[in-house]
Design a protein around this ligand. Structure first.
Ligand code: MTE
Ligand code: MOS
Length: 761
């Protein structure tokens, strides 16, 4: 390999570091208006009346839009259109962030004032705030029952597994919300141009979702809407479907006023209205043999969807498939339910519903190891998936299964036997401070899988200019994860041009073909393949021309380090581009990649759930202060089998970020609500990790178990980098305090109470 897997400077790093990169809030247009949002602010009720007359009296108010102003459909929802864009009079409000009206004003300040002057009446209904209350179905939040969705796996015979078991563990688990906490809040600027093109500049992971939703809301054809992805300061799943709900607001106001309109969310608005990770409750019963072999899993998981279905059914698909973690489990009976409550709708978040159940299953594995007197490393080694094995859904794995190697590498990297001794020693000598170590061994189905195959395609356009510089446009987005650098590396590997000469453009939906959403860690695999296909076509065009022009064999031409070697002759890539241009060689190509068909039975939840799986292992070392309940992640060892490392520094960065975001989920981050109203609505009371909380050492290594369909063998890493962290840290805390943690975030108060109960303090 020329450049793949090497250290490469991030191509968008400098512009971002000096503040030159242009985010949604950096866009200004002549004559621009500012939008304000009027929220329902109650969890459940019926909208009786809206009165905008007082707000209109405020000088500088240009337009106040209600449901009556929506020219197209007033509904949102990817699976079920159950959410109103603007709540109509006579219809239900289902959470505090439902939107009643929109204001367009000359300044931001006037818009904020006008919002307060919009009057409306809501007849309140009893609110449903917990999974338990919702399950009673006494008050219905949405649809005909609060149990909105059900997914399952039925495989083998679990009853027999329990009959044959030497050990049966029955345990319950609970997980809380997680806020995406992207640094850049949601925002968009809409400009209905004099040419009647609705231009939308939006911070987004999925510009094509915005494209389609705005077309529906405004009743415009798709070729009259251009969604331009602005630099995006983090998404983590929170900018998958949500940007449609954000961008529709200025888009409607711009459509109505024929002026550009800007809407940048405050953090408080963002936390109140936009999606989070689903809180969950899980009930597990798992059968083991004496030697640690898993015989069967019976589980029931409830995900709190909040008021609307949004992406929950997709999230639940992943919850179901990942319910048994990375192990051979022949007998499986999994149920996952999506439950409506009068709270903020939950949606996609790095890991898509899998961290909740991986925490449960990885905790049970540790508990079984303890009960059976087996090391937590050994029990994982025994049950892990290998080539030829079947996953819990019965997917027979034919290749690219480096799971066991990731376990072995972490064992070596951490010098596990020595580390164990060190921890024992420390704990003998310290009464109030305890160290703990914890394993996790997780897997992740890369791309949308059998649950969303219709969306699994991707396009790329690669264009070589006469001076040798290159532009690339893909339909997937850079949101901080390093996709641009990864794409540039792939082009560079094929055409030999230096990455500094390759520019990856922001996607525009009028230019590039719908490439599905930038989610499910699918960009390297899908866009990577599309870019590879396009670059190879250009290379073929150039080679064909050069071999004729110089009269050499095609095999005698090589692209490397910005040079093209033509038998003994050496030209720079720039010179070759120039020569090709003068000779009418086609230097612009389109690449399209689509996923091979998967065979999956949705009724039984069995079959090929995903095209490939990333396998990961993490070992964490924590220190717990028994007096204060404070937990410190001291060190972590992580290894991922990602098929092939393309962007080395980017991959290491993903692991560092993932471990820390997962740590926040496990031990710090907590949404506190009062009658459905989120009280922790900014970072002064919603506590996320900062630089001070980051451990001194996160040791990272990779396994490259080549995936045949992947570009150069690559799978995906964006989400598994987070997913290994929460169960590993929770297991480490359980190890330190010698008591099972079955709820995250681990609360300091809970820990102190536990310690008091135990007479430790
Ligand atoms: N890393 C950064 N820095 N910022 C992000 O928003 N999103 C995560 C992950 N890593 C995210 C990130 C999520 S949820 C996904 S699905 C993947 O990146 C998407 O990118 P990929 O397909 O390139 O892995
Ligand atoms: Mo990531 S949750 O798939 O955007």
């Amino acid at each position: 390999m020329n450049i793949i897997g090497k250290k490469v400077k991030r191509i968008d790093g400098f512009q971002k570091a000096i503040g030159a990169a242009k985010y949604a809030s950096d866009y200004y247009f002549h004559n621009m208006l500012y939008a304000g949002v009027v929220y329902a602010n109650v969890p459940h009720g019926i909208l009786k009346k809206i009165d905008v007359s007082k707000a209109y009296e405020l000088p500088g108010v240009v337009y106040i839009a209600t449901y009556k102003d929506v020219p197209g459909t007033n509904k949102f929802g990817h699976i079920i259109k159950d959410m109103n864009f603007l709540v109509p009079v006579g219809e239900k409000v289902r959470f505090e962030g439902d939107v009643i009206a929109l204001v367009a004003a000359e300044t931001k300040e006037i818009a904020e004032q006008a919002v307060k002057l919009v009057e409306f009446e809501i007849e309140q209904l009893p609110s449903v705030l917990t999974i338990e209350e919702a399950l009673k179905d006494e008050t219905i939040v949405n649809g005909s029952s609060n149990i909105g969705f059900h997914r399952k796996i039925r495989r083998g015979n679990v009853d027999k597994a329990f009959n044959d078991a030497d050990l049966i563990l029955e345990m319950e688990f609970e997980t809380g919300y997680q806020e995406h906490a992207y640094l850049e809040p949601q925002g968009a600027v809409a400009y209905f141009t004099p040419e009647n093109i609705m231009e939308i500049y939006v911070s987004s992971q999925c510009p094509f979702y915005v494209h389609e939703d705005i077309a529906n809301i405004l009743n415009l054809p798709l070729n009259k809407i251009n969604v331009i992805q602005t630099e995006t300061g983090g998404g983590f799943g929170g900018k998958e479907d949500v940007p449609s709900y954000i961008a529709s607001k200025p888009a409607l106001l711009s459509y109505l006023t024929k002026r550009p309109v800007k809407l940048i969310y405050t953090r408080e608005m963002d936390i109140k209205e936009t999606s989070k990770r689903h809180p969950s409750k899980s009930y597990y019963k798992v059968a083991f043999k004496k030697d640690g072999t898993i015989l069967g899993v019976k589980s029931r998981t409830y995900l709190d969807m909040g008021a609307y279905s949004t992406l929950s059914p997709i999230v639940m698909y992943r919850t179901t498939v990942h319910s048994c973690s990375t192990y051979k489990v022949p007998n499986v009976h999994v149920d996952v339910y999506g439950i409506y409550t009068n709270k903020v709708p939950c949606g996609a978040f790095r890991g898509f519903g899998s961290p909740q159940v991986l925490f449960a299953m990885e905790s049970i594995i540790d508990e079984a190891a303890k009960k059976l007197g087996i090391d937590p490393y050994e029990i994982r080694l025994k049950n892990t998936l290998e080539v030829g094995d079947e996953t819990a859904t019965g997917h027979k794995l034919t290749h690219s299964v480096g799971a066991k190697k990731t376990l072995e590498k972490v064992f070596e990297m951490s010098n596990y036997p020595k580390l164990k001794k060190k921890v024992e020693e420390f704990n003998k000598q310290n009464q109030y401070k305890k160290l703990g170590i914890g394993w996790s061994h997780i897997f992740y189905g890369v791309s949308l899988g059998a649950g969303g195959q219709h969306l699994d395609g991707a396009s790329a356009e690669v264009h070589v200019h006469p001076d040798g510089t290159i532009n690339v446009m893909i339909g997937n987005t850079e949101m901080g994860q390093g996709a641009k650098t990864t794409m540039a590396i792939i082009v560079s590997e094929i055409l030999g041009q230096d990455v500094s000469k390759i520019n990856i453009l922001q996607p525009q939906t009028l230019v590039v073909q719908d490439s599905g959403p930038t989610v499910a860690s699918r960009t390297t695999f899908f866009s990577g393949n599309a870019v590879k296909i396009a670059s190879e076509k250009i290379k073929t065009n150039i080679v064909e021309f050069l071999s004729g022009y110089f009269g050499v064999g095609k095999k005698e031409i090589e692209f490397k380090n910005g040079k093209v070697l033509i038998r003994e002759k050496e030209l720079s890539f720039n010179e070759v581009a120039n020569l090709c241009n003068k000779n009418n060689v086609k230097l612009s190509e389109f690449g399209w990649y689509k996923t091979p068909k998967l065979h999956f039975d949705h009724e039984t939840g069995t079959g090929e759930a995903y095209i490939a799986y990333t396998f990961s292992t993490q070992l964490s070392l924590v220190e717990v202060d028994l007096l204060t309940g404070k937990v410190d992640l001291k060190e972590a060892w992580v290894c991922h089998d990602i098929g092939k490392v393309i962007n080395y520094d980017g991959a290491v960065g993903q692991v560092h970020g993932g471990v820390i975001q997962g740590m926040g989920y496990a031990i710090m981050e907590e949404i506190i609500q009062d009658n459905g109203k989120i009280l922790t609505n900014n970072f002064n009371n919603y506590i996320i990790p900062t630089i001070k909380d980051i451990p001194a050492n996160i040791h990272v290594d990779f396994v490259e178990s080549e995936f045949k369909e992947g570009p150069f063998g690559a799978k995906g890493l964006g989400e598994p980098s987070l997913m290994s962290s929460p169960p590993s840290i929770a297991n480490a805390i359980s190890n330190a305090i010698n008591k099972r943690i079955n709820k995250i975030p681990v609360s300091m108060n809970d820990l102190i109470l536990k310690n008091k109960e135990e007479g430790i303090i």
